[in-house]
Design a protein around this ligand. Structure first.
Ligand SMILES: [Zn+2]
Length: 107
């Protein structure tokens, strides 16, 4: 639309996108960049048991609960991704850089 005014993305915009993703069957939805405004959608959860695996506030990783081989510690579901075998200082105010860590790929 030509009369639309550019505006910042709101939490409601992100939560609307989350719902579209959920209805489409996405298992790992991350709605970031509005720290503290989108509830659990900053976190990574197990698609099988809903355990919080990585809890975030913006770029800050508050808790990291994957097993050393990239599984959910509660139900042992393999979580696809590139995970560090141990917590290697990902708690930072800066974005996590995969190049700075030794990572394990789970498929
Ligand atoms: Zn689980």
């Amino acid at each position: 639309m030509q009369n639309d005014v550019a505006r910042d993305t709101t939490a409601d915009d992100l939560l609307g996108a989350v719902e579209i993703g959920r209805q489409s069957g996405l298992r790992y939805i991350y709605a970031g960049n509005l720290p503290g405004q989108i509830g659990q959608w900053e976190d990574t959860r197990c698609p099988h048991c809903n355990e919080t695996l990585i809890e975030r506030y913006g770029y800050l990783i508050k808790h990291y609960r994957l097993t050393p081989d990239g599984h959910c510690p509660k139900c042992a579901t393999a979580i696809p991704g590139r995970w560090s075998a141990s917590f290697e200082g990902q708690i930072t105010s800066r974005p996590f850089s995969p190049r700075s860590a030794r990572l394990l790929t789970i498929r």
